[in-house]
Design a protein around this ligand. Structure first.
Ligand SMILES: Cc1cc2nc3c(=O)[nH]c(=O)nc-3n(C[C@H](O)[C@H](O)[C@H](O)COP(=O)(O)OP(=O)(O)OC[C@H]3O[C@@H](n4cnc5c(N)ncnc54)[C@H](O)[C@@H]3O)c2cc1C
Length: 381
């Protein structure tokens, strides 16, 4: 049996970022089921940092996280780059655009309202005017994240602090041994620590059940992305992340190609999500609805799970019903852009320090992320 101070189950962005913050405080062991870290949701995202998503707690955590993304990693690698986000509205979404602009304004001082002509200047293929897009908000404070660089930088930090990241370690049993949690892998290896951080993404409720802890009622939702050739006569590299003001469609450039998403949310069990024909076709159809592009050949597509709590706000906090069991779950569609904030909250709560002033300044309180808000009489709400 290997002993530690902190066991972290799950080697996605949530697990590695929390482990990097905890490793300087004690022996830290990160356990990932797959042979590659970031194989599930964290390796399948659109890798954007923007304020057009989530409730105010999510926007506050996103704003807090900006400094981390703007600072190069320990080896000098950039973790992100500036890349604008454009929120577009046809006539029936203008009220939604107004509301979104109001919600985003406290978090970005680089918002600009655009008319159809200005939108056409930025992304010439968007269908603008008349029944098309008539208004937009451009946010120049958005960023493109490098999820691979983030993963590597966090894992290097774990190693520097003497922690361990172990791949191919699927936890199949969690039990109590006195004051410790004992996690057993499929291969029969056992790890023990007084604090277990449940960062297993779509599988967080499953890990809780293994441990005899009440689940939160997490819901994984599948989302699909298609990749297709950019028009040969257009320079697309500078195009912003372009998203409808009300969730319906987004598109972004990627190495001479375009990525498009039908903003699908299909309930799923925790699984190795695969794209379905219907959602692939929907992504192509919506691309052709919002733009003048014809999607001739889809070079590839993928799907991933976005896992939500019932109120769509992530959870970082100790389980009220199980000593030393820490939930780091429900990162939904914003787990990359909020990871530094969630990790800072985790470090504070696990080590008993006072709540980070930076999070409080952005209006994020401990109670906002606590498990208790989801419980009625000790059961998931
Ligand atoms: C299509 C798509 C687009 C997205 N776009 C964005 C975006 O632009 N910006 C953004 O911020 N977020 C985005 N997201 C959301 C983001 O990807 C997730 O919120 C984030 O990756 C969740 O991280 P995680 O570490 O909680 O989960 P995961 O990355 O899924 O990690 C959980 C890990 O736990 C492991 N695990 C599970 N069970 C066990 C076990 N029994 N033992 C050991 N390990 C186990 C899994 O193998 C997995 O690696 C997007 C998601 C999708 C699918």
């Amino acid at each position: 049996m290997q002993t530690a101070d902190f066991l972290i189950v799950g080697g996605g962005i949530a697990g590695v970022s929390a482990a990097a913050r905890l490793a300087p405080h004690g022996r830290t062991v990160l356990l990932e089921a797959e042979s590659n870290f970031g194989y599930h949701s964290s390796g399948r995202s659109a890798t954007y940092y923007h304020f057009g998503i989530g409730k105010s707690v999510v926007r506050g955590m996103t704003a807090f996280s900006r400094a981390h993304f703007e600072t190069p990693g320990a080896d000098g690698t950039a973790l992100s780059r500036r890349s604008a986000a454009l929120f577009i509205a046809p006539p029936d979404m203008v009220a939604g655009l107004d509301a979104l602009e109001t919600e985003m304004r406290p978090y970005s001082d680089e918002l600009e309202r655009l008319d159809a002509d200005a939108v056409r200047d930025i992304v010439p293929v968007l269908r603008c005017g008349a029944d098309g897009i008539i208004a937009a908000v451009l946010d120049r404070a958005a960023r493109r994240l490098d999820s691979e660089a983030l993963q590597q930088d966090y894992r290097a930090a774990i190693k520097r602090a003497g922690g361990q990241s172990i791949a191919g370690a699927r936890i199949v049993a969690v039990s109590r041994d006195g004051a410790n949690w004992v996690a057993t892998t499929a291969a029969g290896d056992r790890f023990s620590a007084p604090i277990l951080i449940n960062a297993a993404g779509a599988w967080c409720d499953e890990i809780a059940r293994l441990a005899g802890v009440a689940p939160l009622g997490l819901q994984p939702l599948r989302r699909t992305i298609i990749v297709f050739d950019a028009p040969p006569d257009q320079e697309t590299g500078d195009w912003p992340f372009t998203k409808t003001a009300i969730d319906d469609f987004y598109m972004l450039p990627e190495s001479g190609r375009l990525l498009a998403c039908p903003v699908d949310e299909v309930p799923s069990d925790p699984t190795d999500a695969q794209p379905e024909e219907y959602d692939i076709a929907l992504a192509a159809a919506k691309t052709e609805h919002y733009t003048s592009l014809t999607v001739r050949r889809i070079s590839h597509s993928w799907a991933g799970l976005r896992t939500f709590t019932p109120d769509r706000i992530p959870v970082a906090g100790f389980a009220p019903d199980a000593e030393g069991f820490f939930w780091l779950a429900g990162q939904g569609g914003y787990g990359l852009q909020t990871a530094p904030a969630m990790a800072a909250a985790t470090e504070t709560l696990v080590t008993g320090n006072s709540w980070p002033a930076g999070l409080a300044d952005w209006g994020v309180a401990q109670a906002d992320l606590a498990v208790e808000r989801l419980r009625i009489g000790g059961m998931p709400a």
